[in-house]
Design a protein around this ligand. Structure first.
Ligand code: 13P
Length: 249
């Protein structure tokens, strides 16, 4: 069975709540005929405003991180219950910016992923190699390590999303070619099937992320292994994000 495409915006640390409301207002009519799942992963403090703004549309709400404990002394963190109370359905986990700047490790990525699944949230787990790793021929080795550590204990891969985000393509305007992205995602799926047999990996949706935009989205989405996109910069402009969501038109 074909996997349903999923286009998600990662707003990162952009947009105040009032700016978020404006952006959603502009976006809503542009994505009303979307054939794919449409998600916006917004800053935590924007969640209440965006929940209101997306009402009655196909847009679904996502967060950018979640803690693995139910509650407790974890200053600055947000729990699964807090997200769910506001109708959040998706949560990005292990984005390379969190791994790079905030000490996120494969172990904490794994814990957050399992906690999200247990709470009924859909994690969008990010993996990908750096430029140095790609140039020294280590892409598969790096992906393979992340695959074996980040997804330990996941029972059903149809309940999660993976985003392949080569770090060298994030925010650089340097997109992976259609073939590079397809090849890496094909590799990820193949490794996953080997490592996690009988866990529904055939239904796992794998997105590409890294300078995906209104111009290159069609080519990337035409690749057989690519099931969607995780969009940074271009998700902050309603027209551009809508063009990506409507990649099939
Ligand atoms: P850009 O689309 O801005 O390169 O960001 C990609 C990304 O990191 C999405 O999570």
């Amino acid at each position: 069975m074909a996997r349903r495409p999923i286009i998600a915006g990662n707003w990162k640390m952009n947009k105040t709540a009032s700016e978020a409301t404006e952006l959603i207002k502009e976006l809503k009519p542009l994505v009303k005929d979307a054939k794919c799942d449409v998600v916006v992963c917004v800053p935590a403090i924007d969640i209440p405003a965006v929940k209101k703004a997306i009402h009655g549309s196909k847009i679904r709400l996502g967060a950018q991180n979640v803690h693995f404990a139910d509650k407790g002394a974890f200053t600055g963190e947000i729990s699964t219950d807090m997200l769910k109370e506001y109708g959040v359905q998706y949560v990005i986990i292990g984005h390379s910016e969190r791994r790079q700047y905030f000490g996120e490790t494969d172990d904490t990525v794994n814990k957050r992923t399992l906690a999200a699944i247990a709470a009924g949230l859909i994690p969008i787990v990010c993996i990908g190699e750096s430029l140095e790793e790609r140039e020294s021929g280590k892409t598969e080795e790096v992906l393979s390590k992340q695959i074996s550590l980040d997804f330990r204990g996941v029972a059903d891969f149809s309940k999660i999303v993976v985003a392949y985000e080569p770090i060298w393509a994030i925010g650089t305007g340097k997109t992976a070619t259609d073939e590079q992205a397809n090849e890496a995602i094909g590799y990820i799926r193949m490794r996953m099937k080997k490592l996690y047999p009988n866990k529904n990996v055939g239904k796992l949706r794998i997105q590409y992320g890294g300078s995906m935009n209104a111009k290159n989205c069609k080519g990337l989405m035409a690749q057989p292994e690519i099931d969607g996109g995780l969009i940074g910069g271009a998700s902050l402009k309603a027209q551009d994000f809508a063009t990506i969501v409507n990649f099939d038109k």
